[in-house]
Design a protein around this ligand. Sequence first.
Ligand code: ASP
Length: 462
Amino acid sequence: MRKLPLHIKILIGLFLGIIWAVISAVFGFSKFTADWIAPFGEVFIRVLTMIAVPLVLFSIIQGITSLSDTRRLGILGLKTLSVYLVTTLSAIIIGLVLVNTFKPGVHIDENQRIVNRMAYELWVERTPGVDKLDDADYLNNTQYIDYQVDANRRLQEVDEESGLKSKISETNKRKESSPLIFIVDMVPSNVFASLSEGKMLQVIFFAIFTGVIIVMLPREKVEMVIQFVDGANAIFIRMVEVVMLGAPFFVFALMAGKVSELAGDDLGAVQEIFKALGFYSLVVVIGLALMIFIFYPTVVRLINKNMKYRHFFRSISPAQFLAFSTSSSAATLPVTMECVTDNLKVKPEIASFVLPIGATVNMDGTSLYQSVAVVFLAQFHLIDLSLSQQMIIVITATLASIGSAAVPSAGLIMLIIVLQSVGLNPAWIAIIFPVDRILDMCRTVVNVTGDASVSTIVEKLE
Ligand code: ASP
C-alpha cells in the first residue's frame, strides 16, 4: 500500500467513499456518516482554501521578481488570456453541437413538455420586457385547454423553489450595474479584506502590482522582501505537500459525506432524479469527457510534441481527483500548482501566473455545461432556439464562466444570467438543481484540466 503512487491512493479513497455512502444509504446510517465522517472532508477543503490565498499571493510576487524582464509580463498576460478564451469558446461550441445533436430535452414525455411550454408562455405574459422566442401559441389554442391548470401549477412550482429567488434577485442586481463592473471588481480597496474574503482576482491584482514595483526598485532596498517572499512561498508549497499525504483519507470522507447527502437513506430517490434528468446529464458528461480525453491532450500535443498522453494524465491526476471530490477549482489550486510544476515541469514563474488566473477566469467545464443546460431547458419547454439566439449563449456563457467563482455550484447560479440573456425564465435552474452537484464535480475536473493544459501551452509559446 505504501508503494502505491498518490493518485492511485486518492482514487481508492474516492471509490471507498462512494461505496461507504451507498452502504450507509442502504442500511440507514447516513446520519452517522454526516455527523462523524463528513466533517473531515470539510476540514480538508478548509485547509486547502486556507493555503490557496497566501500561496497565490506569494507565488505570483516571487514569479514576477524572478522574471528577467518584466516587459514580458504584458505579453505573457495577453497570451494566457487569449489561450483561455480559445479553450472556453471551443468548450461552448462542443456543448452546443452535442445538445443540438442529441436533443436531451426532446426525449421527455410530450404531455410534460406541453405543460412546460404553456407555463413558459404564462411566464412571458407576466414578465415585463420579455417576448416570446417563437410564434407558436399554445395558450390560446383550444386543443391544449386541458393543460391550463397544470401549466399554472408548474409555473408556481418552479418559481417558488426555496432559496433560489434571493439568488436570482442578487444576480440581477449585479447585472444592472455598468458592464465594466468586472474591472472595478478586480481592484481591491482594502487588500486585507480581499485576502480575508479570498477574493482571488483582487489578490492577483495586488500581487502583480507589488511584484512589478519590487522589480522597479533598487535591488538592495528590496533584497529582504524578496527573501521573505521566497521563504513564505516555500512554506506554503511544503504545506500542500504535507496536506496531500492525508488526501486519500480526506477524499474518502468528502465522497462519503457528499454522496450520502445526495442519497439520504433512500437510494430509490436518486434513481428517480436520474430517470428524469439522466439524458441531459449524460450529454453534459459526454461533452466534459471529450474535453478531458480528446480536446486538451490533442491541443497540448499540437503545441508540445514531446508530451505523452499517459504522462500528461499521470502528472495532473491528483489535481483532477481532488477537483472531483471538492467541486472547487479554488480549493484544488494549490495541488494543481504542485502537479504542474513538479510533474509537468512548467516553470514556477509561469505556473504561478497562469494557474491562479485560470482558476478564476477559465472555466471550460462550466461554460460547456451552461450551454448544454440552456438549450436543454429550452427543448424541455418546446422552444426551438435559433442560431442567433444560440450565438447569444456563446457570448453570455463565456462571460458567465469568467464571472463564476471557483466554488461549488457557482456555475449554476451564473446560469441565471445566461437564461435571462436569451429571454428564458431564470427560475428554471430549479429544474436541473437535483443533478447539479454531480455535474459540478465533473465540470470542476474539466476546469482544472483546462488550467493545467493552458499552463503547458503558454510555457511552450513563451
Ligand atoms: N465548481 C466549479 C469550480 O470550482 C464552478 C462551477 O460551479 O461550475 O470550478
